[in-house]
Ligand binder design. Structure first.
Ligand code: FES
Length: 160
């Protein structure tokens, strides 16, 4: 979460630090809570956490980049993953990706300006019989078509 001028509101970390006060080795749970607050780990939060724990910023980055659960880039409220494994690629994922990129003004791997959608590419999730496969907020949707995908994304964004 950011303040109205776009800066990261570091006061959100105060209650996290309070919760883990005096606990050695609490870096990972603190990073998890911080990510819950911001949706990702902004550099300002990483620096603040390092200062609070009396460890180096590079150590915090080291841990944050080691675990796949942590994100250093801003993430959208909704996450779209398009499978681009061989079966899905052949059956149309590139066209799905282009449709999403054109409709939402982002490239794969990016998040929309309004923070609603992050679109990513994944490789074979083991549902090749359903190719091409899209996964929206964890829900697997098979035999996807461009118009249906765009409709579903817009409906999901509108509903939450
Ligand atoms: S290639 Fe997409 S599920 Fe296997």
């Amino acid at each position: 979460m950011a303040t109205s001028n776009g800066a990261v509101d570091l006061s959100l970390l105060d209650e996290v630090f309070e919760q883990y006060q005096g606990q050695h080795g609490a870096l990972i749970p603190i990073l998890q809570k911080a990510q819950d607050k911001y949706g990702y780990l902004p550099p300002e939060a990483i620096s603040r956490i390092a200062k609070q724990l009396g460890i180096s910023v590079s150590k915090v980055y080291g841990v944050a980049t080691f675990y796949a659960q942590f994100y250093l880039e801003r993430r959208g409220r909704h996450i779209l993953r398009l499978c681009d494994g061989t079966a899905c690629h052949v059956r149309g994922t590139p066209m799905l990706a282009t449709a999403v990129e054109e409709q939402f003004g982002i490239k794969m791997g990016e998040t929309t300006e309004d923070g609603e959608l992050t679109a990513e590419v994944v490789y074979c999730i083991g549902s090749c019989a359903l190719a091409p496969v899209a996964i929206l907020d964890g829900e697997v949707m098979g035999r996807m078509k461009q118009d249906k995908l765009l409709r579903t994304i817009k409906k999901t964004i509108k509903a939450n």
